[in-house]
Design a protein around this ligand. Sequence first.
Ligand code: ADP
Ligand code: MG
Length: 696
Amino acid sequence: MNALNQPVGILTGIGSQTANRLQKLGLYTLQDLLFHLPLRYEDRTRAYAIGSLKPGMTALISGKIEFIDVLDKGRKSLICRISDGTGFINLRFFHFSANQHNTLKPGTAISCFAEARYGFAGLEMIHPEYKIIADASDCITQSRLTPVYPLTEGLNQNVVRKAVAQALDLCQQAPELLTDWIPEPVLTHYHYPSLSDAIQTLHAPDESVSIEALQNGSVPALKRLAFEELLAHYLSLRTTRHKAKAWQAPSFFAGQAGKIATEHFLNALPFQLTGAQQRVIADIEADCLSQQPMMRLVQGDVGSGKTVVSAYAALLALTAGYQVAVMAPTELLAEQHKRNFSAWFDGFDTQVLYLTGQVKGNARKDVLQALEDGSAGIIIGTHALFQDAVNFHRLGLIIIDEQHRFGVHQRLALREKGQQNDSRPHQLVMTATPIPRTLAMLQYSDLDISIIDELPPGRKPIVTSVIPAERRDAVIERISGWVDKKKQVYWVCTLIEESEVLQCEAAEKTAARLTEALPNVRIALIHGRMKSSEKDAVMQDFKNHRIDLLVATTVIEVGVDVPNAGLMIIENPERLGLSQLHQLRGRVGRGSDDSYCLLMYQAPLSDTARHRLGVLRDSNDGFVIAEKDLELRGPGEVMGTRQTGQMHFKIADLTRDADVLAAVQKIGDRFFIQSPQSVQPLCDRWLNATTEYSEV
Ligand code: ADP
Ligand code: MG
């Protein structure tokens, strides 16, 4: 066994209790300790003149005690003033012992380490770390920066520091224990240090390393580890892809009958497919004719027409005698797909059925029966589709809409449902969330990507304006004029809190106020706390123009399609991310008339917020917006927890380390050919067993 795989308990000073606490931090072995990096560093390598201290500096100082006193006013504290000839500072202790009071005698030399802050009489240090020393000018400095580690209850810095130091020692004596899986030429090319040097530097940086570079994460040692970790994730996703491709899949070849069916389908559409749609369809067709499972992501801006592309894929499956499951993130969207698919497949000899959590009792039984005996060719629904009771007769294709709303495992669960012997269904996932290329390559490296980069013709760009909330009356006026022209309006309420209750209340209030201000306008409200049957009823009414103004929370974000609604007001847009705003805005601009989006902000607006809303005003292109959002906010936020799926990193930080992504892809792609033997060990090192996509 590699000595680094020994449990932390074998180290001096680590009893079973401490070992348990370390485990809470995920530290089981010596190797875990090596990869447990400091949060930050303290600099005890030099002593500062007291006169040079500024508030906020954490520094080592030394001096002579001038006086000591106990203050009774306010919170009782022990004050001890020290000076070094360049200035003085007060040490302040709220908890102190009689012994402390006795040792801190005037005239005694002392060295202290803490953050200097403004206090009641000039600078002070609260509860500094201190040592009595022989001579005030003889402050004991350290040769290296002191690491400060993440802790958990019951652990202190010293315990972790000593444990890590022992692991480092072992590693220095036997560097071969820590295998460097990154080939030498790669290290040289990117100026990365070796693994053991990197680890040594990060735990015990010497004078040559700048503390700023350490704190802001730009030191090569850290970059190298971030690179390695991201590489491991990339390799793991690519491995998943290779393994998935090794399965069999049904070939959707249907000969002449298939040809007739697709022609019939295309001729019946009320429009011509765009060039981009045709290109993506060709990608899909090629995938589905091969006998490997398709794993394709279709990225396309809101309104680019992804649904009909997926319907075409469904058609291929049907004509070859297979079933299709279409999964949407909300009932509203599932319902809309149900309507579209039912219309498109009207002349075809199959049933389009619908299954969500709301379908109960006998209706549910009937649906399950039809899926099992194969009489239903297409099933559309929410995540209810992958529950245990659902069994397919011959599932050949899975379509997942707005995939970023689903976890990776939900996607996989459905795939397993259709598994038969060594064959798995094809999978088509769709997203309207444009992700900058660099990030897409990491997040979606288990998928092939097709992009619909063209909107259906005749769409006019949405005219977006940014206006302050004080102009609410003018906005209400505008709604009135708009409704007079027999057109419809969305009014979207946002709230900073993630609380749905508050968001709904706000929407209720807004609806009430608008009803008062616009007595002749038919107003309805839709929010996330309504039953889905109620939501559907409202949506249906809006679609059929029995409602003029729909007040909504962000539940309408995804997919809803009402071409006659060409005006949208978004309240407090400054609270949402650009991509989310762009998606919301995509609810309008679906018809051939001019459409408008008013971003009604609450003044005052910060410079960044102003800038961000300006981006949205000036562009209608989701990819441009995503790139700008990336620049302004960084990848971590652009991808958000919702969009990162389940990617957790130990060391890498997508915001800080975006600059290594290009290298990750480049090296990653070569890795399978040049260092295949290193793929598994690298993945083992960085991805723990709970990482969802590792075991697929
Ligand atoms: P999204 O990509 O956002 O899911 P949809 O599939 O909902 O977009 O399509 C938006 C609207 O555009 C729908 O009403 C759809 O019928 C229509 N559409 C799709 N493709 C075309 C096309 N090639 N020409 C005209 N309209 C189209
Ligand atoms: Mg859609």
